[in-house]
Design a protein around this ligand. Structure first.
Ligand code: ASP
Ligand code: MG
Length: 430
């Protein structure tokens, strides 16, 4: 079937429910309440691992790799967490879901029972996906029991990636073909976010919080009408309410604006999510799973930002490195290319940089392992000054008042202003 034909005949919405929206039996029931309003639509529902299971699986992985004694306890806790939910959702103990979850957990146990010399990222992708496998089995079975008929899909058979384990890159053509072959009109589907597989069918993952991205991959491949990400917030706000006071809901963001905000570190949606949707003009909604009738935020073609408000982003735990040449010669391109090569080598993104004649400053995430290595590499050629514990604030569409709010948060180490964005690096004052 050609892509065009496919698009014409098929109208589908892609929903995504994250860990917080399925953290216990009551929230799983709420998922069904949300879906009830969409009985007449064909839905493809992308689901993350339940609650904090991905973190739990990361700890299990660590115990396994380090040969720690708490490995079996970790798996036991994961089992207990899911069985608690199962008991509430499926009073009939002979329901086949008990066996299905048990099988998935024993597959995890089998992996962790043999020692392996394999690389960390490869092992990560073998172990951590179990959270999504279990959650989707539970959600799919529960919905089917509520007469919300749906088919469980295995994302590892549909989303194909390279072998870049833990941060795998999608093979779009193959993925689109596989998804279009499998997903048919007139049905609902439940599928895992975050997980995929490489050409040898080994599991891969798309990066933490990658389920939003999975929703976008399916929407792109199916030419979906829209994507809705269901969250525990009313939509996208003009700042993180845990950090900033008096935040307000944004009704509309253009794709470009959403990409900009994600670039500066806004954490509402996974940064890779927007691009595929932008390519096909598929709108994305962020809505509250508690007040599911509320309109939430729309990201799509149209107005850049409505209402037009300053948008605040804070990046914590930043390091500011200032370099100068040892003989105080001007910093020229040759020096900068060496410095950027070092950042590139360690896979570090520069969040902000600023030059003067004899020095240049770089603001990066203060990774306790990577930063000392970078400093050491820089010190072979440059003199360096280093500040940690800094915060980087960015304000898109700033005005005088919004600038002052972030500037007064501490002692200013560096300030930068462009047409649309104001940025400042501060350290908290005692
Ligand atoms: N379960 C994965 C994580 O917690 C993916 C996701 O939630 O989007 O990172
Ligand atoms: Mg999650």
């Amino acid at each position: 079937m050609s892509i065009l034909k496919f698009a014409e005949n098929f109208s589908m919405k892609v929903f995504k429910f994250g860990g917080a929206s399925i953290r216990d039996a009551a929230s799983v029931r709420n998922v069904f309440n949300v879906l009830k309003h969409y009985r007449n639509e064909d839905l493809l529902i992308v689901v993350s691992a339940m609650g904090k299971s991905t973190n739990a699986l990361e700890s299990i992985l660590e115990s396994y790799i380090k040969g720690k004694k708490d490995l079996s306890e970790g798996i036991e806790n994961l089992r207990a967490f899911h069985f608690e939910i199962l008991k509430e959702l499926f009073p009939n103990k002979t329901h086949r879901i008990y066996n299905e979850v048990e099988i998935t957990l024993s597959q995890l146990e089998i992996i962790t029972q043999t020692r392996s010399e394999e690389d960390y990222n490869l092992l990560y992708d073998k172990i951590v996906p179990h959270g999504e496998i279990i959650s989707t089995k539970i959600i799919s079975a529960f919905l089917n029991d509520q007469d919300y008929s749906n088919e469980w899909l295995d994302a590892r058979k549909l989303v194909k990636t390279d072998k870049n384990h833990r941060f795998a890159r999608v093979d779009w053509e193959q993925t689109q073909n596989l998804i279009q072959e499998k997903v048919k009109p007139g049905k609902n589907y439940v599928v895992q976010g975050f997980i995929a597989s490489d050409e040898d069918c080994n599991s891969t993952t798309l990066g933490r919080e990658g389920s939003d991205y999975t929703a976008s991959i399916f929407a792109y491949s199916l030419n979906a009408d829209e994507v809705i990400i269901w969250k525990d917030v009313p939509g996208i706000l003009n700042g993180d309410p845990k950090v900033f006071e008096k935040t307000e809901l944004l009704n509309q963001l253009s794709f470009k604006e959403a990409i900009e905000l994600a670039y500066y570190g806004a954490s509402v949606i996974h940064p890779k999510t927007i691009q595929p949707l932008r390519k096909k003009g598929i709108p994305l909604f962020v809505k509250s799973f508690i007040n599911s009738k509320d309109p939430g935020t729309r990201v799509g073609n149209g107005l850049d930002l409505e209402p037009f408000l300053p948008c605040f982003i804070k990046k914590e735990n930043q390091a500011l490195i200032t370099i100068s040449t040892k003989d105080l010669a001007f910093i020229v391109e040759d020096h900068l290319s060496k410095v950027y090569n070092i950042f590139h080598e360690f896979g570090v993104r520069v969040n902000l940089s600023q030059n003067t004649a004899v020095s240049t400053s770089f603001c990066i995430n203060n990774d306790p392992i990577i930063c000392p290595k970078i400093l050491k590499a820089l010190q072979t050629e440059f003199s360096t000054t280093f500040n940690t514990g800094a915060n980087l604030f960015s304000v898109r569409h700033y005005d005088e008042k919004s600038k002052m709010i972030v500037k007064e948060s501490g002692k200013v180490l560096l300030e930068q202003i462009s047409r649309n964005t104001y940025q400042v690096v501060t350290i908290p004052q005692e």
